[in-house]
Design a protein around this ligand. Structure first.
Ligand code: E4P
Length: 219
């Protein structure tokens, strides 16, 4: 399973990279706005900075919602670095754009996916990744993990190459359950990934080891 960090914050990306668990980065217009990244030049500069920090894919989302401008934006982003994945929303114009990018060998991430029907279309047009938002489904009393299960079944039935990138991950149990189902990637905050390490019995066990060692050494 690949771990992508869901942020445009360079310090968070650096911290995740230092843990040795990072396989890529996903951003979206809200995450870029949160970091105060506005204007074409600054956006380009920031994506280059992210690409310089990681070894894996970096999802950069287009702002346009029409085919022609999605293509214009996406080709500029893709030209920045081979790590760039052009992120496109699941709308009719977006499906056309993903089909075009696929034909040109440009990696894509179909985002804002909330149903298996949408995921099926993303695979049919050759999306590299599909991003079902499990946390946002949970937020409206719908089990996001059931969607991951359904997409996994459909993709396996037809051997689609599109990778399931479970997005809108909120906590470690999302990660563990996505791993059980067989999602290819999760993307979430560093806190959710770091929480996988934590267990009170590990902490108490280590404290006891160190105490016993110190006692035996007469400290
Ligand atoms: C992927 O990058 C999505 O945009 C992101 O995971 C959405 O997460 P959120 O539901 O916490 O905004």
């Amino acid at each position: 399973m690949k771990f992508f960090i869901d942020t445009a914050n360079l310090a968070q990306i650096k911290e995740a990279q230092s843990l040795g668990i990072l396989d890529g980065v996903t951003t979206n217009p809200s995450l870029m706005a949160k970091e105060g990244i506005t204007g074409h030049e600054n956006v380009i500069k920031h994506y280059k900075a992210i690409c310089d920090l990681v070894d894996g894919d970096v999802s950069a989302e287009v702002i346009a919602t029409d085919f022609e401008n999605m293509v214009k934006e996406g080709e500029i982003l893709a030209a920045l670095d081979s790590k760039i994945v052009v992120k496109v929303p699941m709308i009719a114009e977006g499906i056309k754009a993903i089909k075009y990018f696929s034909s040109k060998g440009i990696k894509t991430n179909c985002t804002l996916v909330f149903s298996s029907g949408q995921a099926l279309l993303a695979a049919k047009v050759g999306a590299t990744y599909v991003s079902p938002f499990i946390g946002r489904l949970d937020d409206v009393s719908t089990d996001g993990l059931t969607l991951i299960e359904d997409i996994r079944l459909i993709y396996d039935n037809y051997s689609f190459d599109t990778q399931i990138l479970a997005a809108s991950v909120r906590h470690p149990m999302h990660i563990i359950n996505c791993a059980k189902i067989g999602a290819d990637v999760i993307t979430g905050p560093l806190s959710a990934m770091s929480a996988l390490m934590k267990h009170p019995l590990t902490d108490s066990g280590l404290a006891q080891f160190l105490a016993d060692h110190a006692k035996a050494a007469g400290k």
